[in-house]
Design a protein around this ligand. Sequence first.
Ligand SMILES: [Zn+2]
Ligand SMILES: [Zn+2]
Ligand SMILES: [Zn+2]
Length: 227
Amino acid sequence: MANCKNCGAVLTGTLLVCEYCQTRQDVDLSVVHRFTVEEPRSDRFCPRCHIPLQTVDLRLGKKFLIERCQRCLGLFFDPGELEAFLELAVTNVHAVDPQRLNEVQNVKRSHEYPVTYIDCPVCRRLMNRVNIGSRSGVIADQCRDHGMWLDGGELRQVMEWMKAGGSLVQKEKELEMARLELELEKKKLQFGRIDQSFFHARPEPGQRDIELDILPMIGRLLQKIFR
Ligand SMILES: [Zn+2]
Ligand SMILES: [Zn+2]
Ligand SMILES: [Zn+2]
């Protein structure tokens, strides 16, 4: 949890402005104890404010350069950089804290920006909106070729979600999905074999059951996907 540097009030969700004293603050990089501003490594522009982005070194044991906008405090990560950052910044999460996770997933969201597609800071093409970890509550903007944009406050939200065990839950769900898919494939194989034998022999009495068996499984799979 981050606190307002001015009055100490708790800053929830992706809020950058304190609800009590209205102080605006950088909550994302507060976890990085010392970062330094470098010479700009490119002519990348902020997709929100259209001003040049600053290059900062997060100094996570080694040089770790990302871009950020001084005005809106949005951050741009090259492909793979966000994952690398999170791996270094959020460690030792071995258990899920369901209560905390619930709090994190239902926090107030900053409504500073309307839901809209924004340009990639590098190629200026429209980016895709992607859900980070499906339930972290953060929808980032991603250019497949150049990286990921997070609005101010969103990085902290992702970190809080991870600390509460969100990514553990996510991994568990992915495993469960893989298991279901495997089960489904196995059933399909079984089914296919019976289908083949159908031409040579009369169907076995139990055959219909297998077909019926697959339906609830597909239902479960769809539920997983669209939840
Ligand atoms: Zn305050
Ligand atoms: Zn900006
Ligand atoms: Zn791009």
